[in-house]
Design a protein around this ligand. Structure first.
Ligand SMILES: [Zn+2]
Length: 398
């Protein structure tokens, strides 16, 4: 069994206080020991490969990404003008980019066909590089609803239930419902409700029965509350949430995935970047309220899980670091809280045993050149990415 020893200056394990000057030992795909650098038996290398890092953190988990999209200015055209074969190759390329940038687990939260599920199985079999994929299959939306160009359009509780069964048949791990309008679809107003509470409840009950968790695209105030009352596990975006919505989320333990990168990448690119006018207009309207609302939610104790909506305009799969920096600058988190949201908390939401560095856990971790406590940019460009105990990317040799 291959053995790796990582000597670290600081280890953020998402469990306790940072550990200083120690070693972390990996055998096979698991962490077998975390100990003291000098006294630990692990320091007797015994032919093991030894790596050095200023800082070690858990592999990042992006709980909201679209692997068939690559940050194009015109999102709809990605689906209308390309073939499933082309999107399959895009999906594989973006998975590989995500992994190299430190994302060791990714939730593909809305694509077409069975592309993400098939890629998941191909990656699990070791045939292509990429993060562990948790896939939703097609998003389920009302006829003509947000994302209909990629989604399974369903109307009425029984049809929504059937749409869930179809995603499960295709191999989906989780389900995504569209509860409100969205930014990237022409004519879909973010503040307006789409699937009804009854429709979502039928779909969520069916998904939960089969052990699948459920996410709702929900930007508008009343649609967010419909999804929470229907039993959703996570609110995606949540930007126009009100006090009642916040209270409901705290009561029920619903996660919020803030996708700040999705808005900020559109705003920063500006109106001349080739996006349809309605996209920049809607993003600007949402930004006016998002920061204040999400800060309130955080202060009230809502659980945040990191997700960037990678693939949306100018929001690239190798830039998940941006979401961690935005959670700090816009929501007031410190680096450790942002890391926790983008690893341990996201793992809990996805139901994967990842995101914490302890003995007997799967060895998904990043070696960084700078400590996250002292350098807000530390998450950019990890030196080494380790997934399932193996070196998946190594910038020192690149
Ligand atoms: Zn999305």
């Amino acid at each position: 069994m291959e053995k790796l020893i990582v000597r670290f200056g600081t280890l953020h394990d998402n469990v306790g206080k940072p550990r200083r000057n120690g070693v972390l030992v990996i055998e096979g795909d698991h962490i077998t020991e975390i100990g003291d650098r000098v006294a630990g038996a692990a320091d007797k290398t015994g032919g093991a490969r030894v790596l050095e890092a200023v800082c070690v953190v858990p592999g990042l988990i992006n709980a909201h990404a679209h692997l068939e999209m690559s940050g194009e200015a015109q999102t709809t055209s990605v689906f209308v003008l390309t073939t499933p074969t082309q999107r399959t190759m895009t999906c594989a390329e973006n998975a590989s980019k995500s992994l190299r940038a430190g994302v060791t687990t990714i939730r593909e939260i809305g694509g077409t066909e069975n592309i993400a599920m098939d890629l998941r199985d191909t990656i699990d079999a070791g045939r292509l590089p990429g993060p562990k994929i948790v896939a939703a299959g097609q998003p389920i939306c009302m006829t003509g609803g947000h994302g209909w160009w990629a989604g399974r359009q369903a109307d009425g509780p029984w049809d929504v239930c059937k749409a869930v069964r179809e995603q499960r048949r295709g191999g989906a791990d989780c389900i995504k419902f569209i509860a409100t309008g969205g930014v990237l679809t022409k004519g879909a107003v973010p503040g307006i409700e789409q699937l009804t509470e009854d429709e979502m409840r039928a779909g969520i009950d069916e998904a939960h029965k089969h052990g699948m968790h459920c996410a709702a695209h929900a930007i508008g105030t009343s649609g967010i509350k419909n999804a929470i009352r229907a039993g959703i596990d996570s609110i995606e975006h949540g930007h126009l949430i009100d006090d009642e919505g916040i209270r409901l989320m705290v009561e029920r333990g619903t996660y919020l995935v803030p996708t700040l990168s999705a808005i900020m990448c559109i705003i920063e690119a500006g109106p001349d970047a080739g996006m349809p006018d309605f996209v920049t207009r809607k993003a600007r309207e949402i930004l006016e309220h998002a920061e204040g609302n999400l800060r309130k939610a955080r202060a009230a104790g809502v659980k945040f899980a990191g997700g960037s909506d990678a693939g949306t305009p100018f929001n690239y799969h190798d830039a998940y670091w941006r979401e961690l920096e935005l959670m700090q600058s816009m929501l007031g988190m410190d680096a450790r809280e942002a890391l926790f949201a983008a690893s341990a908390s996201a793992a809990d939401l996805l139901g994967v045993k990842r995101g914490r560095l302890q003995e007997s856990e799967i060895a998904d971790l990043l070696l960084l050149d700078h400590d996250i406590d002292s350098d807000a940019r530390a998450f950019r460009d990890p030196t080494v990415v380790i997934k399932n105990g193996r070196i998946a990317a190594d910038r020192r040799t690149a």
